[in-house]
Ligand binder design. Structure first.
Ligand SMILES: O=P(O)(O)OC[C@H]1O[C@@H](O)[C@H](O)[C@@H](O)[C@@H]1O
Length: 244
C-alpha cells in the first residue's frame, strides 16, 4: 500500500537529501571549501565550483572520493595525506577535513530537519512491516539521524565510518547498499533504494535492487532516470498518494 512493488520487503534510504534537508548544507560547505582552495591556487579569476560540479563529482560519494573526483575534473591531483592533516594542508584529507569542519558548523548553527513527507513515508513503511536501513556515504550519518530524531525507524545503518572500516567501494559502486540489504537479511531483488544523488541511483541500479526511487531535490529528474531510477518523485509522500 505504499507505492512499491509487491515483492519489496525492505527499504534502503539514503540520508542527506532523502530523509533530511542536509544535502544543501553539504553542498554549501563543499562550495566554500573548493572555492577557497581554487582561489588560493589560481588567484582571483579562479573558476568557481558549481551546482553541476556538485551533482556530477561529489553528491552521494564518500568525502575523499568527492575531493578526488572534483579536483581531477579540473586536472588537479593531490597527495592523499592522512586523517590528522590540518584543514589548510593541500592533501585529499586536508581538503576533506576543511569541508567537514564547515559542514559541522553549518549543521550546528541551522539544525537538521527531516522532510515531513519522508517521515510520513517512514511511518507507512514501518506500519506495512518493511525493514528499514539507512545507507549514507556520510561519516556524520549517526549525528544527523539523531538530530533529526529518526533513529527509532532504523534497524541498520551503513555510513561513511562503516564504509571506511570495511573497505567498501563508495557509491556509485553498489557495495554500501548491498551491505545494507545484508544487514537486514534481504536479497537486493526484494529491497528498494531511495536516493537523491546521481551516484546513488547508479549504485542502486548496479546492485540489481528490486526498485530504485529517485528523489528529485535539485531539478534533475531526467538525470536521475538516466542514471538508474525506476521512478522519480519530488517528495516521498507522492508514493503514498499514488495508491490511495
Ligand atoms: O563529509 P561527510 O559528512 O562524510 O559526507 C560525505 C558525503 O555524504 C553524502 O551523503 C552527501 O551527499 C555528500 O555531499 C557528502 O559529501
Amino acid at each position: 500500500m505504499i507505492g512499491l512493488p509487491e515483492d519489496i520487503s525492505a527499504c534502503l534510504f539514503d540520508l542527506d537529501g532523502v530523509l533530511t534537508g542536509t544535502a544543501a548544507l553539504h553542498r554549501e560547505a563543499w562550495k566554500q571549501t573548493f572555492d577557497e582552495f581554487l582561489r588560493e591556487r589560481d588567484g582571483a579569476d579562479f573558476r568557481p565550483f558549481t551546482d553541476q560540479d556538485y551533482a556530477r563529482y561529489v553528491d552521494g560519494r564518500p568525502r575523499a572520493d568527492g575531493v578526488r573526483q572534483f579536483l581531477s575534473s579540473r586536472g588537479i591531483t593531490l597527495p592523499e595525506g592522512d586523517s590528522t592533516d590540518p584543514v589548510d594542508k593541500a592533501t585529499v584529507n586536508g581538503v576533506g577535513n576543511r569541508k567537514n569542519e564547515l559542514v559541522l558548523r553549518i549543521i550546528a548553527d541551522r539544525g537538521v530537519s527531516p522532510y515531513p513527507g519522508s517521515v510520513r513515508f517512514l511511518e507507512a513503511a514501518e506500519e506495512a512491516g518493511l525493514a528499514i536501513a539507512v545507507v549514507t556515504s556520510s561519516a556524520n550519518g549517526a549525528t544527523v539521524l539523531e538530530a533529526a530524531h529518526l533513529n527509532h525507524f532504523v534497524r541498520a545503518r551503513i555510513d561513511g565510518i562503516v564504509i571506511k572500516k570495511d573497505n567498501l567501494r563508495g557509491k556509485p559502486a553498489p557495495d554500501s547498499f548491498l551491505a545494507g540489504a545484508k544487514a537486514l537479511g534481504v536479497s537486493p531483488a526484494n529491497a528498494a533504494v531511495f536516493e537523491d544523488a546521481l551516484a546513488g541511483v547508479a549504485a542502486g541500479k548496479a546492485g540489481g535492487f528490486g526498485y530504485v526511487v529517485g528523489v528529485n531535490r535539485a531539478n534533475q529528474a531526467t538525470e536521475l532516470r538516466a542514471n538508474g531510477a525506476d521512478v522519480v518523485v519530488d517528495d516521498l509522500a507522492e508514493l503514498l498518494e499514488e495508491r490511495r
